[in-house]
Design a protein around this ligand. Structure first.
Ligand SMILES: [Zn+2]
Ligand SMILES: [Zn+2]
Length: 200
């Protein structure tokens, strides 16, 4: 008979349920920083906090606007097509000379909003696009987790010899894990990497 510790009895949790917090590399000092999000369309509370260098950044501080004017000049009739990029706020009015006849007019530009995430490579958080802190190589594949409770749950699953279907309602986080994490012959290597990450 198997011992109870051999059986995986974790929560029937989706991957999404771990996506309220991401441990990342701080963009300023490279130490461990935390991204918190309420996972809604309202991103105004999504925040990056580094306890090492005390850098704090709100997600919405990375919103930018392009102010665009596309129309014909009322003096010479030629087309004016001007974009002023990278504004931190919406531009209500722009005073500009026509590029053709140079007459100066005040225009109301169209503002198009965009988000400038960090230009990181590798596996990153979905809010700021910063590299995840908890990632490591296992036999050429990358094992990663969003946060420590996510990683501990992966560990519980990998260390259990008996894994049962947790729910039929949806595919749980552990069931979605890539094969190299699940297969028995990688168990020792995977656990070793996870234990190292847990101490990172
Ligand atoms: Zn920092
Ligand atoms: Zn003109």
């Amino acid at each position: 008979m198997s011992k109870s510790t051999d059986r995986y009895s974790g929560p029937a949790a989706s991957t999404y349920s771990y996506m309220n917090e991401f441990i990342v590399h701080c963009p300023k000092c490279d130490a461990m920083a935390t991204v918190s999000t309420n996972q809604s369309f309202d991103t105004s509370n999504d925040k990056l906090t580094c306890t090492n260098c005390h850098f704090v950044e709100m997600r919405d501080e990375l919103i930018r606007y392009n102010a665009e004017i596309l129309r014909n000049c009322d003096n010479c009739g030629k087309q004016i097509n001007i974009t002023i990029p990278d504004n931190k706020q919406e531009t209500t009015e722009l005073q500009l000379p026509c590029p053709h006849c140079h007459i100066i007019r005040i225009y109301k530009p169209k503002n198009s909003k965009y988000f400038v995430g960090y230009k990181s490579i590798g596996i990153c958080d979905p809010v700021f696009n910063l590299p995840l802190w908890l990632q490591a190589d296992v036999k050429g594949e990358t094992l990663w987790a969003y946060n420590f409770s996510h990683l501990r749950e992966i560990r519980n699953y990998v260390s259990a010899k008996l894994r049962e279907r947790q729910t039929s309602a949806f595919t749980t986080m552990v069931e979605k894990l890539p094969n190299f994490i699940k297969i028995g012959k990688n168990r020792v290597a995977v656990l070793k990497v996870i234990d190292k990450l847990l101490l990172k």
